[in-house]
Design a protein around this ligand. Structure first.
Ligand code: BTN
Length: 224
């Protein structure tokens, strides 16, 4: 459970700066000068967005945070926090493994999960400034409040039965069964196929276009 809530006006990356703080801390930054995305990409972190990292010990014994399923759990928890009743973001979709898309299918949030010194560093970035729904939201609540809402849902989702999380993800994903998807893999290759289902470990199952074989992806970035 959350112990320390820290705020700084500027960080290189909250995923880096959090390393000097104890486990169960959350660090929020007003801007980041070296914000990082998945697969070595940059994450533009200008004023107005929400950028924070939640540091959780690896040995928290929460099955939902183990391996690839962690990304699914965190994505689903963020989705829940941002779409709860009376929240202005009502249409939000999950894109594998844990991006959040608005109703125009534009990415409005991304999550970078890293492991350092026996801790998960769960980094979350929300493009509040560029999204009118969030601008609306921010006039009502502070970024601090929004971060607390998300952290609260992460702690709740971490304890839910795994089946409930898969059901939640499948209900709120924009991926439709048998639709074509392309994935950029960490080794630089591109794979194409039909989306089939989300596996028990958070992996994405596809039927490959090249040979019709059923294959699973553990990580990757799906092309829009
Ligand atoms: C992605 O979709 O590629 C993941 C983006 C993650 C961005 C967040 S912002 C807070 C934390 N600090 C970083 O440098 N990155 C993550």
């Amino acid at each position: 459970m959350l112990k320390h809530l820290l705020w700084t006006e500027c960080a290189s990356s909250t995923n880096d700066l959090i390393k000097k703080y104890p486990a169960n801390s959350v660090l929020i930054a007003g801007i980041q000068t070296k914000g990082r995305g998945r697969q070595g990409r940059d994450w533009l972190s200008v004023k107005g967005g929400l950028y924070f990292t939640y540091k959780k010990p690896l040995n928290c014994f929460l099955e939902n945070l183990q391996g690839g399923f962690c990304a699914i759990t965190i994505g689903a928890a963020c989705h829940k926090a941002l779409t709860m009743p009376n929240k202005p973001v009502q249409k939000l979709y999950l894109k594998w493994p844990n991006d959040l898309l608005n109703d125009k299918l534009e990415k409005i949030a991304g999550i970078l999960i890293e492991v350092s010194q026996q801790n998960y560093l769960i980094g979350i970035g929300l493009n509040c400034g560029s999204n009118p729904e969030f601008a609306n939201y921010q006039s009502l609540y502070s970024n601090l409040y929004l971060a607390k809402l998300i952290i609260n849902q992460i702690d709740l989702f971490a304890q839910k039965p795994k089946a409930d999380i898969i059901e939640y993800w499948e209900k709120h994903t924009h991926h439709k069964k048998n639709t074509q998807i392309k994935a950029h893999l960490p080794n630089g290759s591109l794979i194409e196929g039909k989306f089939k289902f989300l596996g028990q470990n958070g992996e994405l199952w596809l039927q490959a276009t090249a040979d019709n074989k059923l294959i699973s992806l553990e990580s990757g970035i799906l092309q829009d």
